[in-house]
Ligand binder design. Structure first.
Ligand SMILES: [Zn+2]
Ligand SMILES: [Zn+2]
Length: 763
């Protein structure tokens, strides 16, 4: 009997996920060849297309193996189609097609992988001590990419043609660098040099690393061209050097981060648990805020803070430099005060003159400015404080339609675009006070618009139309003939969290931060809303108090304290001992006139300023050299005294009354209660406020958003209190709680039609 011929089938797989620039195509080729299947794999804009033909059981085995490819590959979705066989005789990796419509696969930079680092330290390897080592799964991506999809010709490495040895690895399907777009070696790759601030060459290649390390050990400040931009480095164990960096960078107190060579080394400076391990070794390579221990790091690195930001080497270059220095290094953004991070050598020479002593540079261009990401752990879960290198431009699930651009806030600016099913948030553009930062905002906006195939239909801006981001949005909307959609600041904060977690309406939301526009001539920042399909309602707000001097109150906690005291007890506030100590007699007279006449004393509902005022009265913070400094000090004080009971407060007619709380704190101070205990009770009271308001609404889901929820203790206490009261609680994790997450929230708020809120009804 003649056996029936086994039919040949052909199947097409269109795959989305993290499947480009991560060695996906070579892995697919190996799987197909292993099953004796023929066909091709090809990067297309937004998807990887595979067509394979062969016997049914081989195809099934191929599909199963495909689903099980290890990270960093991540398959989100597979679209399958059966096709007539075409009689292919082999399996091939085809060139990428030109980008078209759809969702582009955008790749974040990844830190150098352990295999590459091991090769770099192996004297027998041809990439021994080669700082730009990378492979199919690691290395620069977004920071060097010029267009989609990710292929060498469309990156800054297009400037560096592969040598024969690299080309052979690139073609060899059993090599770690098979089809690696970033493959280079000492023969064909970028070169490193150490130069003076005026561009005079000091040393090249390996010698450049040795010389830079010697200078760092000597206390000098080195500007290093990192993955997403320049960084300023200094010996973290050298107090004088760290102080010099602070002085030159005009950054008196804001904590600096430290880079160490390994996990073992990190454990000498910070407490490591499994969550910290995971974050530190994550391929994104973010700065992780952890509890510090030991005293090898100079106190000036993070003055007054029990925490320390730590990261592991992000590239071979960083690893070699740390090896040579044999000391942890402070690593901070290479920018002049208020300017975006420098990315090219000329920019660095100009912006870092007067800050850095020399520059360690190379000739690989940076195409996207990317600051280092910063993440902390709350209740064992990561919370992003700055979402940048390693995370941008990964897409995030987003329920709204394609074609919306959100322009973000004024501070910690990011922009975002909706692509239908997903959204992309830009890199961190910083505060938009400088011309350069506003230009960066424009560049980021244009780039995101470029991901759309048509101009945006809606441009979303903050309701504060004086924000530079809102003005830029107005201009963009006019050019694109798009609808301009202003959104209340605090509704955007809530939607950022809700959208991140896919929280369904209705929910009660707490948007607590420093200041934002959202109804009336009031500096808002203590808002509670109920959101449902009919719209948004403000259900409670912090009782108003005046901010003498307006914006200056954000830098001077004594002003917030005075405003609170004045609202509590009128003119007697000026006789409070802490106020007498903080202002001269003449200042107090002038402030009293201002307060009584309501001159330059805007009304405020800001929880951020409540934190400042209380921190001042408890004596834990005198000034804010950076936003939120006083609130951080209050948190640190409170964390030293856990398990405190809440103090009294009021809730009536939509007003959260802080006066009983402040009264109790003042009495506590008078009785000599420890500031740490009072700080802890203050935090517990805020958590109790969320429960009381949530209970008044009776909605099962509660959403937290806004900069106050970067406060680890506040989040933990509120989360705990709300959950024990039976609520489901959602707080910011992937999307920053601060204004860095606002653009994403603006998209979601606009999509849900929550642009403004009604008032009440209260009680
Ligand atoms: Zn690698
Ligand atoms: Zn080469």
């Amino acid at each position: 009997m003649i056996p029936t011929p086994v039919p040949i089938q052909r199947i097409r797989f269109d795959i989305t996920g993290v499947v480009q620039g991560v060695g996906f195509r070579p892995s697919v080729a190996r799987l197909a060849q292993g099953q004796g299947l023929h066909g091709f794999v090809q990067n297309q804009a937004g998807v990887v297309r595979i067509e394979v033909e062969g016997h049914a059981d081989a195809l099934r085995a191929f599909e199963t193996a495909l689903q099980q490819l290890p990270p960093p590959c991540r398959i989100d979705h597979i679209e399958q189609l059966t096709l007539p066989p075409e009689g292919d005789r082999r399996f091939r990796i085809e060139d990428s097609t030109n980008p078209g419509a759809g969702i582009p696969t955008l790749l974040p930079d990844t830190v150098t992988c352990p295999e590459c680092l091991a090769e770099m330290r192996d004297p027998l390897n041809r990439r021994y001590r080669y700082p730009f080592i990378s492979c199919a799964v690691c290395g620069p991506r977004y920071s060097i990419s010029e267009a989609q999809p990710f292929d060498r010709a469309r990156t800054a490495l297009g400037d560096f043609p592969m040598c024969d040895a690299c080309a052979a690895e690139y073609r060899n399907s059993t090599d770690r660098r098979f089809h690696a777009q970033t493959i280079t070696c000492p023969t064909c790759g970028p070169t490193l040099s150490l130069v003076t601030m005026t561009g005079k060459l000091l040393a090249n290649r390996d010698k450049a690393i040795e010389t830079a390390a010697a200078r760092l050990r000597n206390g000098e400040i080195v500007g290093l061209k990192g993955l997403g931009g320049f960084q300023l480095l200094v010996d973290a164990s050298n107090s004088d050097a760290v102080q010099r960096l602070r002085l030159r960078k005009r950054r008196p107190a804001k904590p600096l981060a430290v880079m160490v060579g390994s996990l073992d080394e990190a454990s000498l400076h910070v407490a490591l648990d499994s969550g910290a391990h995971t974050l530190l070794t994550d391929r994104a390579g973010a700065i992780v805020l952890l509890k510090r221990c030991g005293d090898a790091i100079a106190a000036e690195v993070a003055p007054g803070s029990p925490m320390l930001g730590v990261m592991l080497p992000s590239s071979g270059l960083h690893a070699l430099l740390l090896d040579a220095c044999e000391t942890p290094l402070v690593v901070t953004s290479g920018n002049a005060s208020g300017q975006p991070i420098a990315i090219d050598n000329e920019e660095a020479a100009r912006d870092l003159a007067g800050i850095a002593d020399c520059l360690l540079v190379h000739d690989r261009r940076i195409t996207h400015r990317l600051d280092d990401s910063v993440v902390q752990l709350i209740a064992g879960k990561p919370q992003m404080l700055r979402r940048a290198r390693g995370h941008v431009p990964l897409t995030m699930p987003f329920a709204g339609p394609r074609g919306m651009l959100a322009c973000g806030a004024h501070q910690k600016n990011t922009v975002a675009v909706s692509l239908g099913g997903v959204a992309v948030m830009s890199q961190y553009n910083g505060d938009l006070d400088s011309v350069a930062a506003r230009e960066q905002h424009g560049t980021a906006s244009r780039e995101l618009i470029g991901l759309l195939d048509a101009p945006p239909a809606r441009v979303i801006v903050d309701a504060n139309l004086d924000y530079a981001s809102a003005m830029a949005g107005e201009a963009l909307a006019a050019t694109a003939n798009a609808e301009l959609v202003p959104v209340w600041h605090h509704l955007a904060h809530l939607h950022a969290t809700a959208s991140e977690h896919g929280v369904a309406l209705p929910f009660t939301g707490f948007a607590w931060d420093g200041s934002g526009i959202g109804g009336g001539n009031v500096v808002r920042g203590g808002e509670c809303f109920a959101l449902d399909t009919n719209g948004a309602r403000r259900v409670a707000s912090l009782r108003q108090f005046p901010l003498p001097g307006g914006d200056r109150a954000a830098e001077e906690p004594r002003r917030a304290a005075l405003g609170l005291l004045f609202a509590l007890e009128g003119a007697a506030a000026l006789e409070h001992p802490a106020i007498i100590a903080a202002f001269t007699r003449a200042e107090r007279a002038a402030l009293l006139t201002m307060l009584q006449g309501g001159v330059r004393c805007p009304a405020s509902t800001s929880i951020g300023r409540l934190f400042d005022g209380v921190a001042f009265l408890l004596g834990v913070a005198r000034e804010c050299s950076f936003e939120g400094e006083a609130a951080m000090q209050l948190q640190f004080a409170a964390e030293a005294a856990m398990g405190a009971e809440p103090l009294p407060f009021g809730l009536a007619r939509g007003e959260l009354d802080w006066r009983p709380l402040l009264q109790a704190l003042l009495e506590g101070i008078e009785c000599g209660d420890a500031p740490a205990t009072l700080a802890a009770r203050f935090h517990a009271t805020l958590a109790a406020m969320t429960v009381r308001v949530a209970q008044s609404q009776g909605l099962e889901r509660v959403v937290l958003g806004g900069g106050c929820f970067q406060n680890r203790l506040l989040v933990e206490l509120a989360d705990q209190a709300l959950r024990s009261a039976g609520f489901s609680v959602f707080w910011p994790q992937e999307v920053p709680a601060n204004d860095g997450g606002l653009s994403f929230g603006q998209l979601a708020a606009a999509h849900m039609g929550h642009l403004v809120a009604d008032e009440g009804p209260y009680d």
